[in-house]
Each structure stands twice: as C-alpha cells, then as structure tokens.
Ligand binder design. Structure first.
Ligand SMILES: Nc1ncnc2c1ncn2[C@@H]1O[C@H](COP(=O)(O)OP(=O)(O)OP(=O)(O)O)[C@@H](O)[C@H]1O
Length: 358
C-alpha cells in the first residue's frame, strides 16, 4: 500500500500562546484509507488538519502529499496547490449559487464538456441527481453536506480533509448519513483525514484513528485495536465506557487486583501499579457466589433498550465510592441487589499507569 499523506513532526505555537497546540505530530495515511483525528475540544486536531491543508504553518517538520513536499522549514505550498479537497464544518456552500454551480466552481480550468461530465459523475456518486438547480437553502443538512462533498470530490483530490463532518447533522439522521458518506468515499476511493470528537463517527466510518490529547498524538490504530487495547486510562475512557481497576505486579508476569489475578505479557517491575480496563459488557455475571468472583451491590438499573446498565458498588463490604458499570441483556433477571462478577483473562486489558505515549 502506498502512503499518500505523511505529516512529520508538526509543531505549532500560536502567536500569544505560552503553550504548544501541536507537538511533534506524526501521521501516515495510505491510499484509500479513512483516518480520523479524535480528541476532546482543544486537543489540536483542527490545528493538525489546517497545517496539512496549508491554512497554517508548522514551526518544524514537513507535510508530504502524493510524494511532493508541500511544506517544510524552507518551503510552503499554498492550499489551492496542494491537491487537497476540503469539507468545512459549516459546508461553506455559496448561498447564491445552485448545487450545479457550487460543484463546478473549482473546475474552471477544465473545458466545459469535461466540467459537465465530472459534475454528473459526482452528482450521481453523492445521490444528488435531480437537485442540480436547487439553492443551498432549499436543501436538508444531509443534502448540503453531500453537495459540499461533491464539490470537494469534483477536482479528484489526492486527499480529502473534513472538519467535524457530522456536527451539523441532527442525531436521528447521523447513523444513516455516516453510512452514506462512508459508501460515497469508498466508492470514490478517496484518501480521507477527518476531525471529530465523537467516537461514534470513528466507529462508523474510519479505517484508522489517531487519538490526541493536549497537542500530542497518543495512539494510532484501527478503531477495534484502540477500543480493545487502549494505551492508557484516558484513551480507555474516551473510547467508550469502561471500568478501571488497580492492580500490582506481585510476581514476575502476575498482576493481582480486586477483580482477579492476571498474567502480564510484558515484563514489569515488582510492586509496579497497573490499571486494568474492563468494558461494562465484558463481565461474566453470576447470581450466586462462586470461587474467583467478586461480590457487587447493584445501586441502580437503567434500561437502555438493547441492554440494561447496572451501576454497582464493588470492594468487599460494598463501601467503595467507585461506581462500577455492568451491561447485561435486558432479559437477565436476578432477585435482590447482589451479583457476583468474574473477569475472563481475555476481557481484561492491562495498562501501565505511566500514560506512556505510544
Ligand atoms: N488562531 C489561534 N490563535 C491562538 N490559539 C489558537 C488558535 N487556534 C487554536 N488555538 C488554540 O490551540 C489549541 C488547539 O486548538 P484546535 O482548534 O486545534 O483544537 P481542536 O481539538 O480542533 O478543538 P475543537 O474540537 O474545539 O475544534 C486550543 O487551546 C486553542 O485555543
């Protein structure tokens, strides 16, 4: 697979700020891949996207697109010469131009007949045939987004950059629109980097995800890898609900904790503290005490449709302040407020507490 986009050591301090908004940011994106930059507000994801697009400069490092160095310490290529398409958060459609005119706007270097065939291709790709003569105000949010996408795809960009593409779509429609967008992007074979703070966007459309915090890319991988094997507690929490238990390395390769004893593949110093992440649906749940189980007291049951969320107290004596989340099938009935939990080795993910950056 060939690398279409590579960002190396991008670093940014905005004028007047005492902190760096982006710190040694590295990313490689393969052809046809959809990569998400994920993180909470202010973590630097838009800054990374804007540097790749050429709307901001980096203090050091370089941006390479399609084997061409677009920016480094000596050179800077303007955004319109980078071969990137951009879909802005607010779509930035021209309000007084029809859908058709919005789409052909960036094609003015092509002869008229080619403009026509490209526009027809992207209209059909984005399911907008029949809407050519409408104005943006005559479209739904999802349709506007597809026009923005059609306009960005029309010049056949090497890389498409999207800033929070689903933030203006109401939540009822989001799932359907995410699926449509993924299908369009995959059908076009486009290489994409998009920014989001919503893990649901990532799980629905991304092939890979880069999780960021305070200007640093902390972990990069497939959504499944990051969900199952987060590098640290922050990522474990960010990527869906989880329970964190503390454990200690008691002998070489063994971690002892409140929720059980686990094997550790990497060698760690004796006495070292380890965090154990267990997703709420990963417990084996018993209604009676068994060896190797931990008793919990159920404080609250919340019906969530596909599952029931239990909020429990753990630790012997039930005095812990820490809530523990358990997801059960709504059909799982149990009398009273006591359950016994067990964690299978394969469902426990052990992390070094040092938040070491991967
Ligand atoms: N033009 C600017 N001037 C000064 N500081 C800025 C500028 N743009 C962004 N910042 C700061 O840089 C940091 C990262 O901002 P950035 O917009 O990249 O974050 P983000 O992760 O995209 O956040 P959001 O999800 O809220 O858009 C923030 O602390 C922000 O206040």
């Amino acid at each position: 697979m060939s690398i279409i986009l590579s960002a190396k050591n991008l670093t940014k301090t905005y004028p007047g700020n005492k902190y760096r908004s982006l710190i040694n940011f590295n990313l490689s994106v393969e052809k046809g891949q959809i990569t998400a930059l994920l993180g909470e507000s202010g973590c630097g994801k838009t800054t990374a996207l804007r540097i790749i697009a050429g709307f901001e400069s980096s203090e050091k490092g370089e941006v390479i697109i399609n084997n061409r160095v677009m920016a480094n310490e000596r050179l800077f290529t303007e955004p319109n010469n980078r071969g990137v398409g951009i879909v802005f958060q607010d779509y930035a459609l021209f309000p007084h131009k029809t859908v058709w005119k919005n789409i052909v706007f960036g094609l003015n270097k092509l002869p008229k007949n080619e403009q026509q065939s490209v526009a027809e291709r992207v209209l059909s790709l984005t399911g907008l045939k029949g809407y050519e003569n409408r104005y943006p105000h005559q479209l739904s949010g999802g349709q506007k987004q597809r026009v923005a996408l059609a306009r960005a795809l029309a010049p056949n960009p090497g890389v498409l950059l999207m800033d929070e593409p689903f933030s203006n779509i109401d939540s009822m429609k989001k799932n359907q629109i995410r699926e449509e967008i993924r299908e369009i992007l995959k059908a076009a074979g486009t290489t994409v980097v998009f920014v989001t703070h919503d893990t649901k966007d990532v799980l629905a459309i991304a092939d890979r995800v880069a999780v960021m915090k305070e200007g640093v890319l902390m972990q990069e991988g497939t959504p499944k890898e990051i969900f199952n094997h987060p590098a640290n507690e922050y990522i474990a929490h960010f990527f869906g609900k989880t329970n964190i238990f503390k454990g200690d390395v008691v002998e070489k390769g063994k971690v002892e904790s409140e929720i059980g004893v686990f094997n550790l593949s990497k060698s760690k110093d004796l006495g070292k503290s380890i965090s154990i992440s267990v997703r709420p649906n990963s417990f084996l749940v018993h209604t009676t005490a068994q060896t190797g189980t931990v008793p919990v007291k159920v404080k609250k049951r919340i019906f969530m449709g596909e599952y029931t969320e239990l909020i429990c107290n753990t630790k012997s004596g039930f005095e812990s302040e820490n809530d523990l989340l358990v997801h059960l099938s709504p059909d799982f009935h149990f009398p009273g407020d006591r359950l016994w939990l067990e964690v299978d080795e394969k469902n426990a993910w052990l992390m070094d507490n040092s938040e070491s950056l991967v």
